[in-house]
Ligand binder design. Sequence first.
Ligand SMILES: [Zn+2]
Length: 341
Amino acid sequence: MIMKPTRNRVYCPSCLRSKMLFESEEKANNFIRFNSAEIMELNGKAPTRSYYCRFCGGWHITSISSEQKGQEMDQLDQDRFEKLTNGQAKATSAELKARSREIQKFYNKGISALSLCRFEQAELCFSNALILNPIHSEQIEHAQKICQRIQEQLACSMDYENTKRELLEFNASVSVLTQSDKESFERFIIEIIDNYCILQKLYSILDNAEVAIENKEYEQAKMCVEECSSLVQDQGEVKLKLKGLVNERIQCIQSAILKHDEAHIAAKKERRAAKQKQKKTAELMRIISLLESAEKTISQNQDSAKILLSTASERVRRLPPSEEKDILTQNIERIMQTYGL
Ligand SMILES: [Zn+2]
């Protein structure tokens, strides 16, 4: 039966990761004896050796079988322990763990900043981690070097493939890291460069959008915003974080577009209202002129005056309710009464 990997797990301040912890050497060795075959089948590698961890005060297991490598690591462990306690033999395990966690926090923050190409922030985090304590410094120093090298490379060339290749070569050439750390750094380097490439694309589209807004080319700006969205859409969590970096700029552009759209709609409304007012005034003038003609002709030709009046009253009837409509209606009635029509 394979012991569930979540059982017995502790955060090991020496490895800076979670590991299985056994209270005795015998229990660790028993675990190896009964589970390594199945773990091998599952993972392609299996624990072969147990060792005492002075940080955790118990036994861990490892797949590194070489005794020599094991001794080297034990030595490294001891060095770290001494560095971390600064010779204070009485530093408690809780203190050590708290400190290690602090370092781990800075390191993780640095890694996360680095993946988003926030190089300055990443460097600050890594140096904070190193200042706190030089334990496990190979990993942190390596991340810091990658951060610096990426910036150097990108400063002199925007050839992403070349930058990627050089960094991967550098990563492969470092001997202090374990194979699995090297491999995860390898994936990480590829991710950083890919993200950098996407970010540069996003920035250049946003530059275009901002120029378009300045030139009042709002349709162009809209197209740029859509291009940005489709670039980051459906690309997973990391790309969402990238979107977070450009969100503020996108929102500024969108609000400029919205403002323009609103102003545009308001202007259109105003134009329509002015046109309607013009139309209404023209109709009133026409009705007034009909009434004037009717009054002029009424003494000579009552029939034609009647036609003019009925045309005028029909047009008044069709007017929407208004003060002018009432006055015109009264005028028509007055003329009819005056001439007994
Ligand atoms: Zn440990």
